[in-house]
Design a protein around this ligand. Structure first.
Ligand SMILES: Cc1cc2nc3c(=O)[nH]c(=O)nc-3n(C[C@H](O)[C@H](O)[C@H](O)COP(=O)(O)O)c2cc1C
Length: 191
């Protein structure tokens, strides 16, 4: 089918690619657009209605405080001065920055792997929503997400910091890192 003949929602899904923060400028999504993306995230398949995730937005004014936490991680990790500075810079990534916080509950009917799948589905929907709104975005994480100071800063007891999504207006076209090949992902059962 010609791409132009596809439903717009599918066109958006098929054209999403991550965009690194160096390729984004202000503005990012406003409060209304961000709420829409969160609503889309809530439409991800979600067993047991647990919604085992939440998002925390880091404002522009809070970026230096986040940079301090990134620096603390980098210093305790023994990074060079250059890498400490680079780690600090990451706190200023993206005009809009949100953190993903996850709580996996002890629920008999919904094992933890299913809850994690729900988190991934929410992330996917969120990323697709911001793309459909015309923004570029990327999920970034790294070992710092397990650093006690960062965990304390974002999580309550029993929660985990999974990563950050930076979102902004793209300064270049979105590109695939590699071509997608749907073929091997779908087969007929031989049973
Ligand atoms: C939970 C999660 C954490 C990620 N953390 C990183 C990261 O720290 N650094 C990175 O380069 N990519 C990270 N990625 C991958 C990128 O966000 C992105 O998905 C990947 O580069 C593939 O690009 P695409 O989305 O255009 O296919 C992460 C993805 C997920 C889902």
């Amino acid at each position: 089918m010609h791409p132009d003949a596809l439903p717009p929602a599918l066109q958006a899904l098929l054209s999403r690619h991550s965009l690194g923060p160096r390729w984004m400028v202000a503005p990012g999504p406003d409060a209304v657009e961000l709420q829409l993306a969160v609503q889309a995230a809530l439409r991800g398949p979600n067993h047991g209605r647990l919604q085992p995730w939440r998002l925390v937005q880091i404002s522009t004014a809070q970026r230096p405080a986040l940079a301090d936490l990134f620096e603390q991680f980098a210093r305790e990790d023994g990074k060079s001065e250059e890498d400490v500075a680079a780690e600090r810079e990451r706190a200023f990534n993206g005009p809009v920055l949100v953190a993903w916080v996850v709580r996996i509950a002890a629920v008999d009917k919904v094992p933890s792997h299913e809850q994690w799948i729900c988190v991934g589905a929410a992330m996917g929907n969120f990323m697709n929503a911001v793309h459909a709104l015309g923004y570029g975005a990327k999920i970034l994480s790294g070992r710092k997400c397990q650093h006690p100071s960062l965990v304390r800063a974002f999580c309550e007891e029993g929660e985990q910091l999974v990563g950050f999504t930076c979102i902004g207006t793209p300064t270049r076209a979105l590109e695939a890192r590699e071509p997608d090949d749907a073929g091997p992902r779908l087969s007929d059962w031989a049973g």
